[in-house]
Design a protein around this ligand. Structure first.
Ligand code: NAP
Length: 324
């Protein structure tokens, strides 16, 4: 595996350069603070009247309007939501100095053409494989989060050096940087979100909970069985891998998993996974994301409201309030 760590990375390409972080959300906050603590000159670029200005300044960071932050920077990091990258890039392009580096933490907006960077720019990806909250807390503990890196455009010959130095400065070089491409990172990430961890796994938990309740089991027990044990599973997989996890559970659970797992995740599920991957690659989801933004997130808002009103959520709240 092509894993690059701190000791292999020259920090010089970023030394003395100003980095503009656009957006102070999940990733923006974490990356700005980590860069700052690594001694990098950071400015957080925010919209006029942004509620994040006070918070960023209270954390000791310099803030500026997006256009001023961009005009002052040698590295500009796009850390606003993906679906607004097209509008944001069009807004900032006139202020991007010739030959600066434009960075992303997800390959989506370049892979699917939301952003078509000017030819004089270096374009790089540093995509931490986890949420910004963990990126920040790991850095503060002296650890790091693994990240994917890539260069899409190397106009100056310095794009790779800047990408790796950036990954080092946000702490990801402590855990390792894995070489990839914008396309590979974007497609794999979107596939996982839809077909595996964030899309399919919660739906399996919900379906299991509802099946037990319909079968006469109390909601509390159904929740503890089908949802509550997920953290135990995740911890075991992290510590031992999937095969090792299976070896430490009881023979009863191991045999049940062997017989039941592949019955549920059968060839039809795999065929639908392949469909999802093909659709992702064809840009179908990228189109859905843009439509969602254009409709003021109507579908997401409706789903959020409906999700909060289910029996499963009521049960979760009851158990949580009882201290579980
Ligand atoms: N969420 C994660 O942990 C995670 C993990 C890996 C990669 N990524 C990638 O990191 C990038 C950022 O994602 P995120 O989840 O961190 O985003 P986010 O939390 O939703 O970003 C919110 C920030 O973006 C700002 N913003 C929104 N619209 C803007 C506009 N038109 N102009 C300027 N700023 C604007 C907001 O400004 P205000 O403060 O003014 O509201 C806020 O500071 C994405 O490419 C994402 O795929 C995210």
């Amino acid at each position: 595996m092509d894993l690059i760590r701190d000791a292999d990375i020259d920090p010089a390409p970023l030394a003395g350069k100003r980095v503009a972080i656009l957006g102070y959300g999940n990733q923006g906050r974490a990356q700005a603070l980590n860069l700052h603590d690594s001694g990098i000159d950071v400015v957080v670029g925010l919209r006029g009247g942004s509620g994040s200005t006070f918070e960023a300044e209270a954390a000791g960071l310099t803030t500026a309007l997006v256009e001023d932050a961009v005009a002052s920077a040698e590295v500009v990091m796009m850390l606003a939501p993906d679906e607004i990258h097209a509008a944001l890039y069009n807004e900032i392009e006139p202020n991007l100095r010739n030959g600066v580096a434009l960075g992303f933490s997800h390959g989506l907006s370049v892979r699917f053409g939301f952003v078509e960077p000017r030819s004089d720019l270096d374009v790089f990806l540093i995509a931490p494989k986890g949420p910004g909250t963990a990126l920040r807390s790991l850095y503060a503990e002296g650890k790091g989060m693994i990240a994917v890196w890539a260069v899409e455009q190397d106009a100056t010959g310095n794009a790779q050096g800047i990408a790796l130095a950036y990954g080092r400065a946000i702490g990801c070089g402590r855990a390792g940087l894995i070489a990839s491409s914008f396309a590979e990172e974007a497609e794999a990430d979107l596939f996982n979100e839809q077909a595996v961890v964030w899309g399919a796994v919660p739906e399996v938990l919900i379906a299991g909970f509802e099946t037990l309740v319909e079968g006469g089991v109390s909601p509390e027990l159904a929740y503890l069985e089908c949802v509550g044990e997920l953290k135990l599973l995740a911890d075991l997989i992290e510590a031992r891998g999937i095969a090792g996890m299976r070896e430490v559970i009881s023979n009863t659970a191991e045999l049940g998993a062997l017989l039941g797992g592949r019955r549920i995740v059968d060839e039809r599920v795999r065929a639908r996974m392949a469909e999802v991957l093909a659709e992702v690659r064809a840009g179908r989801f990228a189109g859905e994301l843009r439509d969602e933004e254009s409709s003021a997130y109507a579908r997401l808002e409706n789903a959020r409201r409906d999700n909060r009103q289910t029996l499963l959520e009521e049960t979760y709240r009851r158990l949580r309030d009882a201290g579980h």
